[in-house]
Design a protein around this ligand. Structure first.
Ligand code: HEM
Length: 419
């Protein structure tokens, strides 16, 4: 039985697959956290209805197949090459390098996320650290209601996060906005409106909305950074962990995971099903509803969907639903291999395809692979393994997140990968 996050105690908890499927898609189900709305501003997780649909359309531009394929050919490729060079430089005379997996991946993803939102120059270790500091402050400020502390302390944390946000704007936003405003003006003057960077800031700026001022942009950018970096880091570390365990009894699958893209995708989905990146989804309903299991929600009621539990529903995933089986999706009746790892309904993760690829083959163009899948394969190619000489991987018992905070690994396949 998975632990229930303490903050949802007292709320109606949806744990079954069918209930989750129904309730997340209902038009009367609203997303958004009331306590954080002032701090977070009008970011898409806080919007609902037509306003939400419109904003998603604006921001979806950078998640279209063509953008994502191009992104993987250029930005992601460069980041992986830089990582491999960095690792090769750090290797000892036997070509062996030892590192902490989550912190290494966090840095790569910070660099990638900065490019996706449209911040320039976040490409050194120090720059990534600096940006991450801001993101971490934002995460605390935007989830302050979950702090088990006094109201005074919550106010203090909120105020501190607001100050940090103002500093973030001066440090990063102002320069990014000026540069992109000039690029958009240049493209328009040349009659090439589309010839502008594909990032979140540019996607918003092209709409010329006077109410989308620098404060608004700051809120959007910080939300995107916090939605993408930690989530993908957790996903990659957990997938590597599950696969390394799996290879102990299935040694031939190590090469299969490198060579067989479908197998690797299934493995990543299966790991995401078992290790969801957010502890729970919070929703409220505007109308009374009775779910397939008989659970009843009253109009105006706030409730939670425990996606981690729904993802282990034995009626859908089988009696061994708690176990990792990368071939599970081949069994009949499994239509959503990662379960609700990316939620469902209108607030389904907008970055899903960026993270794990997928989507239809359009005019012969195959969809992108996904950052998470590509990075897991990169790590397998350089022969990643748990470092037998270091402390064992460690999770943080003080958080509701299903994540490793330390995971010492050893890599010895670098010459092949770099060549
Ligand atoms: C493996 C990686 C990821 C997982 C498992 C994941 C999972 C999720 C989940 C469960 C939600 C719904 C949250 C809720 O409703 O409370 C969500 C929403 C969201 N995610 Fe992701 N996410 C991942 C990566 C990303 C990336 C890379 C981005 C952006 C670049 C991103 C951007 C967002 C945004 C903006 C939303 C809000 C969507 C909306 O409300 O319409 N996520 N994600």
């Amino acid at each position: 039985v998975l632990p229930v996050p303490s903050f949802v105690e007292g709320m109606t908890q949806i744990t079954g697959y069918s209930d989750a499927d129904v309730v997340l898609k209902l038009p009367t189900t609203l997303s958004g956290r009331l306590e954080s709305s002032q701090f977070m501003g009008s970011v898409i997780p806080q919007l609902n209805g037509p306003e939400h649909i419109k904003r998603r359309q604006v921001e979806s531009r950078i998640f279209a197949t063509a953008s994502l394929t191009e992104w993987e050919r250029s930005g992601l490729r460069e980041a992986i090459d830089a990582l491999l060079i960095r690792l090769a430089t750090a290797a000892d005379e036997h070509g062996v390098v030892r590192l902490d997996l989550p912190s290494t991946i966090l840095r790569v993803l910070t660099n990638l996320a900065a490019a996706i939102v449209g911040l320039d120059g976040v490409d050194t270790a120090d720059a990534c650290e600096d940006l991450l500091g801001f993101v971490n402050e934002y995460v605390v400020g935007s989830s302050v209601e979950w702090l088990k502390t006094s109201d005074d302390e919550r106010d203090r944390v909120r105020q501190h996060a607001l100050n940090t946000r103002a500093e973030f704007r001066t440090r990063y936003l102002d320069a990014a906005l000026s540069r992109r405003t000039a690029l958009i003006a240049g493209a328009r003057a040349a009659g090439r409106d589309d010839d502008v960077p594909r990032d979140i800031i540019t996607s918003l700026l092209v709409h010329d909305r006077p109410d989308w001022d620098a404060d608004f942009m700051t809120q959007q950018v910080l939300m995107y950074l916090s939605a993408s970096i930690g989530t993908s880091t957790r996903a990659i570390t957990n997938a590597v962990h599950e696969l390394l365990n799996w290879f102990v009894d299935h040694p031939a699958d190590r090469q299969r995971a490198i060579d067989d893209a479908d197998f690797l995708h299934r493995a990543v989905d299966e790991s995401l099903r078992l290790h969801v990146v957010v502890p729970a989804l919070l929703r409220r309903t505007t109308a009374p509803v009775t779910l397939p299991s008989g659970i009843h929600l009253e109009a105006g009621e706030r409730f939670t969907v425990l996606i981690g539990q729904a993802n282990r529903d034995p009626e859908v995933f089988g009696a061994d639903a708690d176990a990792f089986d990368p071939d599970r999706a081949l069994r009949p009746g499994i239509n959503r291999p990662a379960g609700f790892a990316f939620a469902a309904g209108p607030h389904t993760c907008i970055g899903k395809r960026l993270a794990v690829g997928g989507g239809a083959v359009i005019k012969g163009v195959t969809p992108n692979e996904g950052t998470v899948v590509t990075l897991v394969r990169t790590l397998l190619r350089v022969n990643i393994m748990v470092d037998p000489d270091a402390l064992p991987p460690r999770q943080d018992p003080g958080t509701d997140y299903d994540e490793f905070v330390e995971y010492a690994v050893r890599i010895d396949g670098l010459p092949v990968a770099v060549g």
